[in-house]
Design a protein around this ligand. Structure first.
Ligand code: ZN
Ligand code: ZN
Length: 278
């Protein structure tokens, strides 16, 4: 399914088409702001992230790159989100709660939310679907929960670099029901990318956007993967070390919310997404 026409879109929960039309009439009064967004950032909770990925350094590196909106997306886990939010308080950097789910099909899926409450509801679902295995520190790396200064709180004992027993469709539907937005991650990558694993973009579930990796721009992605034609594309650094912030997404929105991101992805009500590397 392409996403070129509004008829094909599934409206967000609580945001029926009628209400959006009413809102559209008042759109000119909305004060729109520009956000430079990096929506895929790992912390030291992810075993594959560098030890430098602690809250204060994440905030500093993002701001230095001109980024004012990030999403924290550790693998199947979210314990460090509040610490990054606290570290960012008062700096002008907005931090969205999120995680990067690994689905049953071994596809990585960014799950983004407005609130910690929605994220923890989703985390509870994910926890129920993760295998009861322990992390192998030697093989995968350390998984640290930290506070806002980056100080050690605990090791996460569970194996996080593994698939949950949730299908891509189930996961997208659940995230959407919880008020979030799900975006298949690095779809151009062989490892855990949607195209390499499935070969196509599923049509039995509403896919609102796709993420491409740092390794190509959106034009190259469209040429190499005709399957993704018509889908809004974001680009992320999939930040595992401080030098990997890209800041490639320029979002014009009235506020940094999931509902506004949705409008920007759809290019509606003067909201826009521009990928700066294209
Ligand atoms: Zn990934
Ligand atoms: Zn990632």
């Amino acid at each position: 399914m392409g996403i070129g026409t509004e008829e094909q879109l599934t409206p967000a929960p609580g945001a029926g088409a009628d209400r959006e039309d009413l809102q559209a009439e008042g759109a000119e009064q909305d004060r729109l702001e520009t956000y430079v967004a990096e929506l895929h950032v790992h912390t030291v909770l992810s075993p594959c992230a560098e030890v430098e990925m602690i809250p204060p350094l994440i905030v500093q590196a993002a701001l230095a790159r001109g980024i004012n909106l990030i999403a924290v997306t550790d693998h199947n886990a979210s314990a460090n989100v509040p610490a990054v939010q606290k570290a960012a308080a008062g700096t002008g950097l907005v931090v969205w709660p999120g995680l990067e789910l690994q689905t049953r099909e071994e596809v990585h899926l960014l799950c983004l939310f407005d609130t910690l409450e929605s994220l923890s509801a989703w985390q509870a679902v994910v926890d129920k679907h993760l295998p009861p295995l322990e992390n192998n520190i030697e093989f995968f790396g350390e998984q640290f929960a930290v506070d806002e200064t980056g100080a050690f709180i605990r090791r996460e004992p569970r194996l996080l670099l593994t698939s949950a027993s949730l299908s891509l469709k189930e996961a997208i539907e659940s995230v959407t029901q919880l008020g979030g937005l799900a975006i298949p991650a690095h779809v151009d990558r062989k490892a855990f990318g949607l195209i390499a694993n499935l070969g196509f973009v599923p049509t039995d579930v509403s896919i609102e956007a796709l993420e491409i990796s740092r390794h190509l721009n959106s034009q190259e992605a469209a040429n190499r993967f005709p399957q993704i034609a018509g889908f809004p594309l974001i680009q992320s650094g999939d930040v595992h070390r401080l030098s990997e912030f890209l800041g490639a997404n320029e979002l014009t929105m009235a506020a940094p919310t999931i509902a506004e991101l949705r409008l920007a992805l759809q290019g509606r009500m003067n909201r826009r997404l521009k990928v700066l590397t294209s």
